[in-house]
Structures are given as C-alpha cells and as structure tokens.
Design a protein around this ligand. Structure first.
Ligand code: AMP
Ligand code: MN
Ligand code: MN
Ligand code: MN
Length: 288
C-alpha cells in the first residue's frame, strides 16, 4: 500500500479556475487526510483569508501561496510562491496587473472564437469565473456547456492551445519579476510542474539556471501532472542544481484534476523537501 503524504503544496479554489470555494477546498483536503495545504490560485491571493479560517476549523495548516503566470522566452511557465505575505505591495500590484491582462486576453479570445462562429463566449466564460480571475478553463467549461466537446482535455486541444481559434498570444509577468515579488513577500519561489513544459531538456536546464539566478530555490518534483518517471527525473535535476523539492496535487476539483487530493506519494529519497525547516509543516510529534 502506498503511504500517502499529508502535505500538498499546490491547489486551486474558485478564486481562480478550481471548482470549490476556498473553505470547501480546505474541508475537502481535511476529509482526504491532509494536514498541510497550500492554496495557490493563479495570479490571485483573494481566497487565502477564507481558507485560513476554514483551516483553523478543520485542524489543517494553511500555507499561503499563489501560482504566478510567467512569460519566459515567449513560453508560458508557472511559478508557485509559498509562504508569501499576501499584503506585500509589489506582489499585490503585480498580481493586479496580471489579472487586468487576463481580462484583455479574454476579450481577444472571445473575439477570435466569434470569428470561428462561436458567440457569447466572453459572457459565458465569466459566468463560470464569477468574481475570480478569468482563465482558459472557464472558456473550456462554456464550450462544453454548448456542446463543443465533453472532455476538458479535448476542448483545450481543439480550441484553446496555440494555433487554435480561442488561443491568444499573451505576455504574462517576467521570470525575474515574479520571483522578485515572491521573495519580497518573504516567500519561496518554486517552478511548477516542469514536466508539462514542452521545451526539451537543454532549454529546461537554462530555465532552471535562470530561475535559480533570480533567487528561485525549489522545483516541483511530485505533482499531479508528472508521471512516476518524471518524479525521478526532476528529483535528479533538483539535486543537480541544489534546489529543494516541492510536491502538490494541483487539484482543481472533480473532473478538472489529474489527481485527487491526499494521493501524493512521498518525494524520492534524495530530495530536500522545501518544507524541511517550516515549523508549521512538521507533524505534532516532530516538533521538539
Ligand atoms: P490560463 O492560465 O488561463 O491560460 O489557463 C491555464 C489553465 O488551464 C491551467 O492552469 C489548467 O488548469 C488548465 N489547462 C491547461 N491546459 C490544459 C489541458 N490540456 N487540459 C485541461 N486543462 C488544461
Ligand atoms: Mn489551472
Ligand atoms: Mn500551473
Ligand atoms: Mn496549478
């Protein structure tokens, strides 16, 4: 039997593109055996206050986090910030600007879908986004609702990736900028799900080198979107660069996730866990 980890450092609420409210997400984590959960919504920290209250009620430690959208060499990569002070002004302002850019991009996506004969997608996507950020996931849900597919993955492939009608080239934050906001907010910067970037190993190593030179110190090794082979591959890369290792489900809700909560295996043995010196992440028995 696999010994599942009680720590999950990557998850989404409906403040970004997850299905559950921050408090329902925390409850879900508790019901699935987690003791430490990071809420890492895309480009927004608005769910942290609600999540913190729920975490206290459920006896869970909440790690305040965020997943920042970054453009690096014209590619999109994600940088997770953990243990951030979400009131740090440059972080607040930086995220606000990214969210404004999301709105502009959404208008472009809708215009482009309209040219392909699909009307009403802006309003339709915003109905799913509510007051939170607008993302491709919300467009995908609108498209599914209107009969353009019944599987998220397929809808992305057909409409929402490079070269398809609903895809709009977008410039997110710079790598150095995003890492700077995270460090300025007292947090740790983590490269999210490196195995998902389609860039080839030499470019990947350059990304990691540049990330490290900006002050980034960790990389996701075990994530819901890595295969077991990738756990080992990124554990080796972490060791090679002297980076700490993180783990997270990247849970978005049922039907939207690669993995259920509470199903993360332990990090490979040669990893230095990103939480190793966090007192709040130690199990009660481990506190001396
Ligand atoms: P955005 O940040 O608005 O470009 O949307 C990116 C989000 O879309 C990711 O965080 C995932 O939640 C989701 N996503 C991206 N690619 C896919 C895919 N191929 N299948 C399902 N969801 C995806
Ligand atoms: Mn997402
Ligand atoms: Mn991501
Ligand atoms: Mn994520």
């Amino acid at each position: 039997m696999t010994n599942y980890s009680h720590i999950d450092l990557h998850s989404h609420s409906n403040v970004s593109d997850g299905l559950l409210s921050p408090s329902a997400l925390v409850q879900h984590a508790a019901e699935h055996g987690l003791k430490v959960l990071a809420l890492t919504d895309h480009d927004d920290t608005a769910g942290l206050a609600e999540a913190r209250i729920a975490a206290e009620q459920h006896g869970i430690t909440l790690i305040p986090g965020v997943e920042i959208s970054v453009t690096w060499r014209r590619r999109t990569v994600h940088v997770v910030g953990l243990r951030v002070d979400a009131t740090h002004a440059p972080l607040v302002e930086g995220l606000r600007q990214i969210r404004a850019g999301r709105h502009t991009r959404a208008q472009g996506m809708a215009a482009s879908l309209e040219k392909a004969g699909i009307e009403g997608s802006l309003e339709g996507a915003y109905r799913y986004a509510g007051e939170g950020i607008i993302s491709r996931t919300h467009f995908a849900r609108f498209l599914m609702e209107n009969g353009y597919g019944n599987e998220m993955r397929k809808v992305f492939k057909r409409f929402l990736v490079k070269g398809k009608p609903g895809y709009v080239e977008h410039h997110w934050a710079g790598l150095e900028e995003a890492v700077g906001w995270i460090l300025g907010a007292g947090g740790v910067a983590v490269i999210a799900h490196p195995g998902r970037y389609d860039m080839g190993r030499p470019t990947m190593l350059e990304l990691i080198e540049e990330f490290r030179s900006c002050g980034g110190s960790a990389i996701e090794v075990v994530t819901g979107s890595h295969t077991p082979d990738q756990y080992l591959e990124y554990a080796r890369i972490a060791a090679m660069f002297g980076l700490q290792a993180s783990q997270g489900s990247d849970y978005h809700g049922q039907g939207l996730s690669y993995m259920e909560m509470g199903r993360l295996p332990a990090l490979p043995a040669n990893c230095v866990p990103v939480w190793q010196n966090w007192p709040e992440a130690a199990l009660p028995a481990e506190v001396h």
